[in-house]
Design a binder for this molecule. Structure first.
Ligand SMILES: NC(=O)c1ccc[n+]([C@@H]2O[C@H](COP(=O)([O-])OP(=O)(O)OC[C@H]3O[C@@H](n4cnc5c(N)ncnc54)[C@H](OP(=O)(O)O)[C@@H]3O)[C@@H](O)[C@H]2O)c1
Length: 286
């Protein structure tokens, strides 16, 4: 049995892909009513909370492999690692970003703490240190739909955006067959680096109308994220990450997705095409 620790963007897709390939898969969720589609796809849904170790232990029964993905609060992910040790799990795929003890971004310091806990646990592991997600643009979907423009503080910084569906596919492939990936770190990215101006050009081409980009300050970027409902600490972290992106922090691509999946990662054009409805005026309600 493979346990996926949440059913967000990556966890839901990884669970669906694992069920599709016939692997026994369970997902831990706080609210099963939100994931009835996964039940229909053949995923075993287990109610729990990463804050409550007993519920993680219940979900961990008969599990050999874990896809560890969550908002990455160290206490919660260390709860999962401790439970996996108790259950003698063989392998953990850890979804993460860049991580270091001295990062200016609190989340990256937390990711480092989790990474160290996982390595010290003695469990088999694979680390996926992902570049920025294309799906982050969905936070700006309404603005793009209504104003045909978006603001970002990334300036001229180029980013190797990666589609979360590809991260999910990589995680699923590794969890289903971990032996070749034990102890390895991968740096999944999309196929190209794009500046905000280049992203606007892709949106214009795909959506059939001109989409423009305007520079905003890091403080304005943070306010924009608060406005779409992100918690203060997450908005603060994301804004700090955006400030680093402007300085080239995400300006790289790797061949890791293609190496693991045997096919290239989705392009930004593919992402914009698949999610075109979310960025389109006539479909915005209310
Ligand atoms: N965004 C980026 O550009 C980026 C780049 C690199 C790496 N990452 C990493 O990607 C990871 C996030 O993955 P994601 O985008 O798939 O996450 P996501 O879509 O934000 O989903 C998070 C999920 O966690 C669940 N959750 C939250 N607290 C929980 C708890 N206490 N117990 C059980 N479930 C809980 C939420 O469920 P509810 O529905 O119950 O709230 C939600 O389904 C993080 O580690 C982040 O650092 C992000």
């Amino acid at each position: 049995m493979i346990l996926v620790t949440t059913a967000g963007k990556i966890g839901a897709e990884a669970s669906r892909l694992l069920a599709q390939r016939g692997a026994p898969v369970r997902v831990l969720v706080r609210n099963p009513e939100k994931v009835t589609g996964l039940v229909h796809a053949g995923v075993d849904v287990c109610q729990g909370d990463l804050e409550v170790p007993a519920t993680i232990d219940a979900a961990m029964q008969n599990v050999t492999s874990v896809v560890l993905v969550s908002p990455a609060i160290p206490r919660q992910e260390l709860n999962v690692i401790a439970s996996a040790v108790r259950a003698r799990v063989q392998h953990v795929v850890k979804i993460m970003s860049k991580a270091s003890a001295d990062s200016p971004i609190a989340r990256r310091r937390g990711q480092f703490e989790i990474e160290q806990g996982l390595i010290a646990s003695g469990l088999g592991y694979t680390l996926l240190k992902n570049n920025a997600y294309m799906q982050n643009f969905l936070m700006m979907a309404r603005a793009i739909a209504e104003t045909s423009s978006f603001g970002t503080a990334t300036g001229d910084g180029r980013i190797g955006h990666v589609d979360t569906r590809d991260i999910a596919a990589v995680a699923a492939a590794i969890a289903a067959s971990p032996s070749a990936h034990m102890g390895k770190t991968y740096w999944p990215t999309g196929p190209e680096v794009l500046s905000a101006t280049e992203v606007a050009a892709v949106f214009s081409r795909v959506l059939g109308r001109t989409i423009t980009f305007h520079s905003i300050t890091v403080a304005q970027q943070k306010q924009g994220m608060l406005d779409v409902g992100l918690p203060e600490n997450v908005a603060e972290d994301n804004a700090n990450a955006v400030a680093l992106m402007a300085k080239g922090d995400c300006d790289y691509v790797t061949g890791d997705v293609a190496t693991i999946l045997g096919q290239p990662p989705r392009s930004f054009e593919q992402f914009a095409t698949d999610y075109a409805a979310a960025f389109s005026r006539q479909l915005v309600k209310g």
